[in-house]
Design a protein around this ligand. Structure first.
Ligand code: CUA
Length: 354
């Protein structure tokens, strides 16, 4: 092989690495990944551990690659020389075994420490929210108990103390500890709001718990972190951290009865809803009592539709009703084949459900 082609070959992976590195850095500049902007003590502990792990992995990567490239450049292509046969190097092997063991044990210690930090707020043996409601005595007063159920591909958020059932958008008061009981309605999902805490699996037939303290007012997105079918990527949720006053307002709004149809269009929409949608969806206080889809009593108060897939506005709501399978293929909502008038009436009715 000629020396020229050799240099060319070596340049390829190096160029690829530089380009890839630049792309990653550019991406970070525009939208830093959520795990790098923690907003709760638990997420901060995970963030700090991640930085340590990235540093260790970075040093190892650079060390290994530099050694590799130097070795290739220095020792390749020497047909005239016979390689020297060696049988081990005690110093070198002891050195790298000891160094690796030390790094692994430091990592273990830091990881266990982080796990203690993250789980410090989770009660030893929390009561099941599904069974009864003796929660206040079992969990300290400054905590908000919540039941979260993962479904293909959306989320139930239930507040047993407040008597609220909603979907895909939870509100919590700033500064309180949220304790969530995690369940699954079908397959394994994983509850993950990266800026608020770590991932916890939701397993059919088993109850898991997580907790987080929402330290800063704002809106935080979460997602399912366990592959659960074709729409796994469209299984998002939002946690809105409110001021105590805003949270009280939200609770009062969610506890209020559903708005009643006023205009002719809204009444027609209500009729269509109970006939075509009520088998799967509930609107509190109406004939619609289906449980297999999200509770829509206060649908219009939510920011997003279809588990953070679409912004919640009348246009998108109409698109969603008209073609749920086109927008989120494989989801369980069927196309009810409504005509344009029925869809427009239905959207008029659903839009008053603030
Ligand atoms: Cu649910 Cu992935």
């Amino acid at each position: 092989m000629r020396p020229g082609s050799h240099a060319h070959l070596k340049a390829v992976p190096l160029t690829a690495m530089v380009v890839l590195g630049a792309a990653v850095l550019a991406g970070c500049q525009q939208a830093p990944a959520a795990i790098f902007r923690p907003e709760s003590p638990g997420a901060t502990a995970i963030h700090n551990l991640s930085l340590y792990l990235l540093a260790v992995a970075g040093v190892a990567l650079v060390g290994v690659e530099v050694t590799l490239f130097l070795a290739v450049a220095r020792f390749s292509n020497r047909p005239e020389e016979e390689a020297v046969q060696t049988h081990g190097n005690l110093k070198l092997e002891t050195g790298w075994t000891a160094a690796t063991a030390i790094v692994v044990f430091i990592t273990l210690g830091l990881t266990v420490n982080t796990m203690v930090d993250v789980t410090a707020n989770i009660a030893e043996s929390p009561p099941s929210l599904a069974s009864a409601m003796p929660l206040q005595s079992a969990w300290p007063g400054d905590t908000l108990p919540m039941r979260v159920v993962g479904h293909q591909w959306w989320w139930t958020f239930e507040y047993p103390q407040q008597g609220i059932v909603t979907a895909n958008e939870a509100h919590v008061p700033v500064g309180d500890t949220v304790r969530a009981q995690l369940e699954s309605g079908d397959v394994i999902h994983s509850f993950w709001a990266p800026r608020l805490g770590g991932k916890t699996d939701m397993i059919p037939g088993q109850i898991n718990y997580t907790s987080f303290l929402a330290a800063t007012i704002g809106s935080y997105t979460g997602e399912c972190a366990e592959f659960c079918g074709v729409e796994h990527a469209h299984m998002g949720f939002t946690i809105v951290v409110d001021s105590p006053a805003d949270f009280s307002d939200w609770v009062a709004g969610q506890q209020a009865p559903a708005a009643s149809a006023g205009t002719d269009a809204e009444r027609a929409g209500y009729q269509t809803f109970t006939r075509s949608c009520g088998v799967c969806h509930t609107i509190n206080g109406t004939e619609a009592r289906g449980k297999s889809g999200p509770n829509l009593t206060h649908l219009a108060s939510r920011q997003m539709l279809a588990a953070n897939t679409l912004e919640n506005n009348p246009t998108n709501l109409a698109r969603w009703i008209q073609d749920p399978q086109g927008l989120k293929p494989g989801n369980l909502m069927p196309n009810q084949k409504l005509d344009q008038q029925q869809i427009s009436d239905l959207v008029a009715y659903l839009s008053i459900l603030k």
